[in-house]
Ligand binder design. Structure first.
Ligand code: ZN
Length: 472
């Protein structure tokens, strides 16, 4: 299993940044060319390899147009073709689904799946039509990246302990030296991403090399509930990643304040432009409405949240051989439906990071991750199974006469769902409610009738299942 590491440049001078940005811009044109020529069924879709493309370009002189070193464009061709292949693979997932709907005949299905896998769909009218439908012709939008092969860069530590990464520039034998903010040298193929005057160095390492992967997992089953104040609450009542709420709130406030300020500046600039003071409008746009600082802060915030969430999951896995959780990869609302609401987008993103951390840490440390149906787990009392009354972070069970911490109660219910004989992962929401009600009703019929006076009987008839209907 591979994990991506990112190293950041520190105080990179503007001249070096500009040189790298120019190289990335030219390589963006290489990518565009690859997408344009081979990003369709006749190109990568027909099984074309990057080596063949390189040979063609060398033969017809295409590569000369870009003004970059040989290795840079060759690596970029390889990378762009891998992007196209990934695009193709996701289209195939859709087509596989369509094959399932198309035919129930196993032999026919197998024939089509085999043809699809071997990129031989063109001969089959149904497959060809499906591929055209699902494989949207892509376009390159990447012009701020440089891919550097492992043997084309080097790292040096200077007298003050600072790590420098030297990568090829636009001219032969003239390396660009980038000061990094880490002391851990990147390894393997690098992807340099240029953003806001800085360079992010992305590289992959084998997860088994991580120190955290060597840590053994625990030996128990633990349920976890995902929260916003804390990343996770477990079924033992422990909370992990308790800085999450603070981090998210701070980012939300910062973003609101910044948007307010920017809107004001933008209106000042617009007014100036209307008056004819274009110099002033330009000054504001350049000096006050740039995105470099904003992007830098956003990247830092993302890194902090990821660390908080991954650390929380590690704490749980320290004691768990089995982690029982909601499947957070599902129920992703798309970007569109979330719209411009910053907090909702932030919440959706956090959920995705939590899903990634649970899967990633479990796999690396050898614990099992069990996804369960979490319908009503935050509303039912884990002791008696009845629906309780939710009030903020408390859950009041009128039957037991107990007030639970809502998230701890939910985590315990989630743990129990792992061995629930009736409620499976995909049991519909309304069915889960019915099952829960049937259970408490069955329980109730076994209880002796304590009072048969007419008044009580009447009240019972009016409220046959009081606790179940008091859903708030
Ligand atoms: Zn109860």
């Amino acid at each position: 299993m591979k994990v991506t590491r990112i190293a950041y440049s520190t105080r990179l001078n503007a001249g070096k940044y500009a040189a790298l940005a120019e190289q990335a811009r030219r390589l963006g044109r290489v990518r565009g060319e690859v997408w344009q020529r081979y990003g369709s069924i006749g190109g990568v879709g027909s099984g074309l390899r990057d080596r063949e493309v390189r040979d063609r370009w060398l033969a017809d002189g295409t590569h000369v147009r870009f003004g970059v070193l040989a290795n840079a464009w060759k690596e970029t061709v390889r990378d762009a073709m891998a992007d196209i292949a990934a695009n193709l693979a996701s289209a195939k997932v859709e087509v596989r689904r369509a094959i399932g709907h198309r035919t129930g005949d196993p032999a026919d299905r197998k024939r089509m799946l085999t043809a699809l896998k071997a990129d031989r769909w063109a001969g089959d009218p149904f497959l060809a039509r499906q591929m055209r439908k699902h494989w949207k012709r892509g376009r390159n939008r990447t012009d701020h990246q440089i891919v550097v092969r492992a043997d084309k860069y080097n790292t040096v530590v200077d007298g003050r302990g600072r790590l420098w990464l030297a990568v090829p520039g636009l001219e032969r034998r003239k390396m660009v030296k980038i000061p990094l903010s880490t002391t851990v040298a990147p390894t393997g193929t690098l992807r340099l991403i240029l953003r806001g005057g800085g360079v992010e160095v992305h590289y992959q390492i084998d997860a088994s090399q991580l120190r955290s992967s060597q840590r053994p997992c625990g030996d128990r089953a633990v349920g976890v509930d995902k929260g916003y104040t804390e990343a996770l609450t477990d079924s033992d009542g422990a909370r992990h990643g308790s800085r999450l709420g603070e981090l998210l709130a701070a980012e939300s406030d910062r973003s609101k304040e910044r948007n307010r300020r920017r809107a004001k500046l933008r209106s000042i600039a617009n007014n100036a432009a209307r008056r004819g003071d274009h110099a002033k409008a330009h000054r504001i746009t350049v000096n006050n409405l740039g995105t470099a600082k904003r992007d830098r802060q956003a990247a830092r915030h993302r890194a902090q949240v990821r660390t908080e969430i991954f650390t929380a999951v590690h704490r749980v896995v320290d004691k768990a051989a089995t982690v029982v959780a909601e499947d957070l990869t599902k129920s992703f609302a798309g970007r569109k439906t979330l719209g411009r609401n910053f907090n909702r987008r932030l919440a959706a993103w956090t959920k995705g990071v939590t899903a990634e951390a649970l899967a990633n840490v479990s796999e690396r440390r050898g614990s099992a991750l069990v996804h369960v149906n979490v319908a009503y787990t935050s509303q039912t009392c884990h002791r008696c199974g009845r629906l309780g009354r939710r009030n903020g972070d408390r859950l009041h069970c009128t039957w037991c006469g107990v007030v639970w911490q809502a998230d701890v109660n939910a985590a315990i219910n989630i743990l129990h769902r792992a061995d629930d004989p009736d409620i499976a992962l995909h049991t519909p929401h309304h069915r889960v409610k019915q099952i829960l009600q049937d259970r408490t009703d069955r329980h109730r019929t076994r209880l002796p009738v304590q009072d048969s006076s007419p008044a009580t009987t009447e009240r019972r008839a009016k409220h046959p299942n009081r606790s179940a209907t008091s859903k708030e």
